[in-house]
Each structure stands twice: as structure tokens, then as C-alpha cells.
Design a binder for this molecule. Sequence first.
Ligand SMILES: [Fe+2]
Length: 351
Amino acid sequence: MNMKRRTFLTAGAAMTTVAIHQLWNPRSSFAQNGKVLNLYSARHYDADNQVYEGFFNKTGIKVNLVEASADKLIERVRSEGANSPADVIVTVDAGNLWRTQQSDLFQKIPMSSLLYSRIKSSLRDPDGYWFGFTKRARVIIHNKERVNPADIARYEDLADQKWRGKLLLRSSSNVYNQSLVGSIVAADGESETENWAKSVVVNLARRPGGNDISQIKAVAAGEGDLTIANTYYLARLANSSKPEDREVASKVGIIFPNQRDRGTHVNISGGGIAKFAPNPEAALQYLEYLASPEAQQIFAGSNFEYPVVDGIPMNSVLTGFGQFKSDPLNPKVFGEKNAIALQIMDRSGWT
Ligand SMILES: [Fe+2]
């Protein structure tokens, strides 16, 4: 198993990594003093270490981190059952939050929580099982030399035959594109979305593959004119210490699609309290901390994600992207439409 467990100690202390199978039973040891939070997270960003540190400084509660992909975390918590040490489960993409909820691994967050006032209803589960803590827009990235941004305004335009052989996309196995297609199904209906997906596949310059960063690099290199990627990946390249990354970022431009209609597809990273959390109070404190100005600023300033709370200062790379209108569709719908989105991508030959 690839899963790692890190024990967060104090500011500046070394992180220790041990294999999970070497651990003793955390329910009988960590859980007793109430000063520990067992966090299962599919986020894998260095900036999050600052969040654990900030939470410790504020509350004296240590974060014990189990880090793995959403699939592995869900599988693990499910197999641990009522003995799971997980207090909080955090994932990226609402599709994964929805799957965690469908697997009955979250408990309802009390209505009295500060979270309901800090996080608007379009960024949390309507039934109160999970909350979004960061936003990421899934935008069109274009090669500046080859594309006039005025020539494309909507995700729907990616199907236009003028982009034949010019489009780069990552595979349909990735949840980011599944959620995007789910949002298009919600807006345009199933048959229209399937027609769109078929034309999009015809427009591909190469077989889908690679991650968001590799799509952006390929667009900069002229292997295609357009791709779709999450905003923080471009921000990371633009802010990189490597000149070659900044060069890539300088060759591409960002288009926020659907500004004249429903708005750009925005997804979230978020989390909730595990159903059998041994430390539910610490879990709620942690989630509330994630919505605090301090944590929001770490996410926005160091990981280039958009804050979910208004009035948080943003990294200049993000403000440089400009303001945009977001699709207000509740992220729960990405989960509900996931199965049909996958079928459509499959039938369209989006491999
Ligand atoms: Fe990502």
C-alpha cells in the first residue's frame, strides 16, 4: 500500500513518515487525550503543512496525516468501518466528496457550525455532509501566438470544426474532466453533451493523456492550440523558480469560458467529519479553521487556489488572471452526473 502517515509535530519540526501498517491502534492511543486530529487527505500540496502548523498553534491539536488518493482513502475508511481512526476526510474535486458521502463515510455537520455562515450554499453539500474550502476554475488555456481569445467563448465552442486537430485533453479517467462534463450535462442535457463530446474527440490533436501541467506545456510548445486545465496549475508555472516553467506560462493565455451565460466551471477541494470520528469536536474545529481567514490566505497565497470566503487577499498571479463569473451549479451535481458523464465520454471515444 502506498499510503503514508505523517505526524505533524510543531512549527519547524521535521515531518516523520512511517508506513501505515507499522502503526498501533490510533483509536486506543491518539484518541484518548483529545489533542490529536486524524486527518485523511487526498490533497498533496506542500502549502497544507502551513495549515497544520497554523491549526496546532491555534488549538494545540496535532494533525496526524494519512495522505493518499481519494480512491484509496475511501477504500481504507470503508474497510476500517466503525474502528476507523479518521476524524476528517478531505479530498479534491466535488465528485470525490460526493462518492465519500455515497459510501456513507461522513457524518452530518451540526447546523450551529460557523461553517454555514462562512461558506455559501453553492460551495457546500445541501445536506450538510461536506464543505468546500478552496475553489479552482477549470479554464481554457490557449497558445497566444495561434489563438485569438476572441475566437472562443464557451466550452461548447471546443466542438467547433475550426479546432480540428488542435485540441489537447487529458484522459476521461480523470475526475476533473468527468466533473466538467457533468456540469455540461446539467446545462445542455445528455444528448447535446454527447454530440459535443463526439465533436471534441474529433478535434483532438493526439490521444488524451498526461496531467493538466503536461497539457499546458504541450500547448506552449505548439502541439495543439487549446486545452482545459485548472487555474492553479498555470499559476504554479507562472510563479515557478524555474525559468523554463515561467517561459511556458508566458506563451499561453487563459480564457474563462461561458462568461455571457452560466459562467466558468468551478470545482472545490473540501472535506467533512468522518462518520465514526473518535475526535468529532477536534474535527469540527479543524473544518472551521480551514474556513478561517488565516487558512484561506494560505490556500490562496501559497497554493494558488481561490478562497471560498470573501475578502481574502489573493496571490498576484491569481489577481492577474482577472475576475470572472462562476457557474453557480452546486458541486453535488458533479457527483450526481458522474456516471452519465463517464458513459458519454466512453461512447464518444474520449479515452
Ligand atoms: Fe490538481
